[in-house]
Design a protein around this ligand. Structure first.
Ligand code: AVI
Length: 320
């Protein structure tokens, strides 16, 4: 007779460094369990995020792009040409590249956590814009960071589009922007995209789209955690949950266990009850006033604010 028993799954060796493994394990063992949203971005995660940006429900990307298209010349007047444009969380670099003809930077410094993804994007971009010096940096911006000497000191303008600032809690956003300000020259500034508070139904749909790309993006974190931690998450046992929490003014993303289960890794394990969640991401939504307050607490002075007609998204220039 033929045996139908599946072979036992071999435990994969953890690929993360010690600090990463310790951080992930501590998060999984916490109650409620939580993981840093940075683990959403392995190479596939970065591609899934690119796909999210094309979804009709995910309004931030196209709304921000429309603001740049409509107010680009005014924005360029505030930023001024010849700057050192430092792109925080650059991803595929497409947003900054679209602004090169207007902003005309002297040097472009894209920073991203995903080295492979970044290198691919920059080598393509350098061919299109041979006159702009490009220095790609693979840096984790969730801790303190110092830019290497290759980055020009003069006219450092930090570019932080896409409302990535929203993935920090407000106190973390302030601390992060303070660190940015410490790396900014006195004649420099910050050009930042900020997602604004709006109708909850619009927000909920943006983070739980009809064809499940955001669900795949969230679930893919489990594959990444298996890789880093050597864990045995069975992705099929989990489901994507996302909703707007009005009191906290944030979208929350979670992964919810579909059944009681145990996740194991080389140095530990965690039992999850059916319906128990891992909190994987927050995405804070601001008003122009509440964000001006964040900037002020980080030592930046708001210089100009551009929004779309519906007031869904803001592009803000601040001076150091
Ligand atoms: C990168 N960041 C601004 C996105 C956001 O909207 O918070 C990440 C994301 N999460 C789910 N969809 C998109």
């Amino acid at each position: 007779s033929v045996s139908s028993a599946a072979p036992a799954r071999a435990a994969p060796a953890p690929q993360g460094d010690r600090a990463t493994i310790a951080e992930i394990a501590a998060g999984l063992l916490a109650r409620p369990a939580a993981t840093s949203p940075k683990y959403l971005y392995d190479s596939l995660g970065s591609k899934l995020f690119e796909a999210i940006c094309e979804l009709p429900e995910y309004y931030p990307t196209r709304t921000e792009a429309a603001i740049f298209a409509r107010h680009g010349e005014d924005i360029a007047r505030h930023v001024q040409p010849g700057s050192t444009l430092i792109d925080l969380g650059a991803g595929n670099c497409a947003k900054a590249a679209g602004l090169f003809p207007l902003l005309r930077p002297r040097q472009y410094v894209p920073i991203d956590i995903s080295r492979d993804f970044l290198n691919e994007a920059v080598s393509r971009l350098q061919q299109r814009f041979p006159d702009i010096a490009m220095n790609a940096l693979a840096l984790d911006l969730s801790g303190p960071f110092v830019l290497p000497p290759a980055v020009e000191q003069q006219r450092r303008v930090f570019f932080y589009p896409g409302s990535s600032i929203g993935n920090f809690a407000p106190h973390e956003a302030i601390a992060f922007l303070r660190r940015v300000r410490e790396n900014t020259s006195r004649d420099g500034g910050l050009l930042i995209g900020v997602d604004l508070v709006k109708d909850a139904a619009v927000l909920d749909a943006a983070y739980d789209d009809a064809i499940g790309v955001t669900a795949a993006f969230n679930l893919n974190m489990l594959r990444h955690l298996n890789h880093l931690l050597g864990a045995d998450f069975d992705v099929r046992q989990w489901q994507h949950v996302a909703f707007f929490h009005a009191e906290e003014s944030r979208i929350e993303m979670h992964l919810e266990a579909r059944a009681a289960l145990t996740v194991r890794w080389p140095d530990g394990e965690r039992r999850f009850a059916r319906g128990e969640r891992i909190h994987t991401e927050d995405s804070y939504k601001y008003t122009p006033d509440s964000f001006a307050d964040v900037l002020a607490q980080a030592g930046f002075a708001t210089d100009a604010v551009w929004t779309d007609d519906a007031g869904w998204f803001a592009v803000i220039h601040a001076r150091a």
